[in-house]
Design a protein around this ligand. Structure first.
Ligand code: SAM
Length: 288
């Protein structure tokens, strides 16, 4: 199979000029132009010839070439129709790539996995469009898409949020959601000059290895995530007040205070001090 040839500034410029491509800021288009970073992503994702890979936002097909070279099959979902003829050109040497001109947030990924991999877990690999990082990741987890791992380039600050625990300013609902479903690991920080055009913010590659079973046992998953949202919606409030003021929940003051105390937390505790285990404990107490 043809070795990847994209991944450096010269080749990228040549492709962009050939097609008179105009970058669309609204689509978060920052293309990778560094072969070391591309190698690192593919290595961290542990791609093998058994893998079906979903790539979100292939751009001009740079990372796609690396994935197609290493994987059994690649499904690449790109929203910008101006990139489709380019992708058909840069990926013409690979017969294991399907290009879909769709908005990833509107794609039925479960159906895609059933069609392409008989419902067996796939790997997600991408240099994500940063403006929709959280909905992309949350959709994959909340819709229980069969994924083995998600290896993605994200904004540095978002990678930190996914990986951190209580006591950090970055700790929040995203940290807890990610850590409930997967083990996060920051693979590398990536400097701005590895992209064209250069983004204004720092980037990092993060790998989320999905657990066979969620990290904690909880009777009512939905309730736990409502409690998490309630406590981080109003960070400066106590956990009790956060829950009482949250429109999605209708527990009485007494019930909330009793549950908090039954878990052994002081009534003045803030949500940001609670671990995932603590939130599960509280959700289980309130579910009774
Ligand atoms: N993978 C390429 C690379 O690394 O050079 C491009 C990465 S660029 C950061 C993000 C890509 O996602 C762009 O090609 C952009 O057009 C695409 N994109 C943005 N929003 C999207 C959406 N909702 N669904 C699918 N693709 C999207």
């Amino acid at each position: 199979m043809t070795e990847p040839y994209l991944g450096n500034p010269q080749e990228t410029i040549a492709v962009l000029q050939k097609y008179d491509f105009v970058f669309q800021k609204k689509f978060g288009q920052n293309f990778l132009i560094d072969t070391h970073v591309l190698d690192k992503i593919v290595r961290a994702a542990e791609i093998t010839k058994d893998d079906v890979v979903l790539e979100i936002g292939p751009g001009i097909g740079t990372l796609t070439q690396y994935l197609a070279y290493g994987a059994k099959e690649v499904i690449a979902v790109e929203i910008d129709k101006a990139l489709i003829p380019i992708l058909e050109d840069t990926l013409s040497a690979y017969d294991n790539v399907t290009i879909l001109n769709e908005d990833i947030l509107k794609v039925d990924i479960n159906r895609l996995v059933t069609e392409k991999n008989q419902g067996r877990p796939i790997k997600v690999v991408a240099n994500l469009p940063y403006y929709i990082t959280t909905p992309i990741i949350m959709n994959l987890f909340e819709n229980h898409v069969p994924v083995d791992s998600i290896t993605v380039m994200v904004q540095k600050e978002v990678a930190d949020r996914m990986q951190t625990g209580p006591g950090s300013k970055d700790y929040g609902a995203l940290s807890l959601a990610v850590q409930y479903y997967a083990e996060p690991y920051i693979v590398a920080n990536v400097p701005q000059n590895c992209f064209m055009p250069r983004p204004k913010i720092g980037s990092a590659v993060i790998r989320l290895k999905r657990y066979d079973r969620p990290a904690v046992e909880v009777k009512d998953e939905k309730l736990m995530f409502q409690l998490i949202r309630a406590s981080f919606n109003q960070r400066r409030k106590t956990l009790a007040n956060g829950i009482k003021n949250y429109s999605g929940l209708s527990f009485s003051k007494e019930t909330v205070e009793q549950a908090i105390e039954s878990c052994g937390f002081p009534l003045t505790v803030r949500g940001e001090a609670l671990t995932l285990e603590d939130f599960a404990k509280l959700a289980n107490a309130l579910a009774e």
